[in-house]
Design a protein. Structure first.
Length: 221
């Protein structure tokens, strides 16, 4: 069986990180769980560490891309074959982890994305619009069919981590990753997932994030 890590970037997630870690450890050992506390001002690090997860902490909030970069570098310096990334706010149910592992084991995809767009029931309208538009643009940019470009629920093979290096610090890093992975010829698979939405806004509705997304989209890699 492959040795798979789970990477959870977290910011002020003390209220949910425990449930995420508990959900993950139903399928993978807690020592495989890596939490990057991106400058939280609450007890995120304490909550994660008390459950046995390995915790990396930024002194200040640097952004999701920076948290992913820190965590992925840590994975590379260990003996993991692949990593699953998911959010700390329970939007990505850990119950889908076996589907990622099964598809990875059977088909050997280099990158597997959890797609929320197969069933948009319950998805807020602003998220339907932002996810559909950005997914279309990323698919056009990469000449690949990308099922859900904004989903942070992903399995990534080690060889991809050794090749694709992120530069972006914000949420646009996830788009940067897909473009670079496609440019290097890595293969993509998709798992339908259930997404849980609270009242938070889509980050793609923020003007600065949208500008950064556009810059990344047209960057020559």
């Amino acid at each position: 069986m492959k040795n798979i890590a789970v990477l959870i970037p977290a910011f002020n997630a003390s209220g949910t990180i425990g449930a995420v870690i508990t959900g993950v450890t139903a399928y993978l050992p807690v020592e495989n769980v890596i939490v990057v506390d991106d400058g939280s001002t609450d007890k995120t690090s304490f909550a994660a560490g008390s459950l046995g997860a390995r915790v990396l902490k930024h002194a200040t909030n640097r952004g999701k891309g920076a948290a992913l970069r820190t965590g992925l570098d840590f994975v590379l310096h260990d003996s993991f074959d692949a990593v699953i990334t998911l959010d700390a706010d329970l939007q990505h149910p850990p119950e889908h982890i076996p589907q990622f592992i099964d598809l990875y084991s059977k088909n050997g995809f280099d990158v597997i994305i959890g797609s929320r767009l197969h069933n948009m029931k319950g998805m807020p309208l602003h998220r339907i619009l932002s996810n559909t538009i950005t997914t279309f643009l990323v698919s056009a940019r990469t000449s690949r069919k990308i099922a859900d470009s904004q989903s942070g629920y992903r399995l990534i093979d080690r060889k991809v981590l050794e090749t694709v290096r992120l530069k972006s610090n914000g949420f646009e890093a996830e788009t940067e990753f897909l473009i670079k992975a496609a440019a290097h010829g890595f293969t993509f698979g998709f798992v339908p997932i259930r997404a849980v939405y609270a009242r938070e806004k889509s980050h793609m509705t923020h003007f600065s994030t949208t500008v950064k997304f556009v810059k990344v989209l047209f960057q020559d890699y």
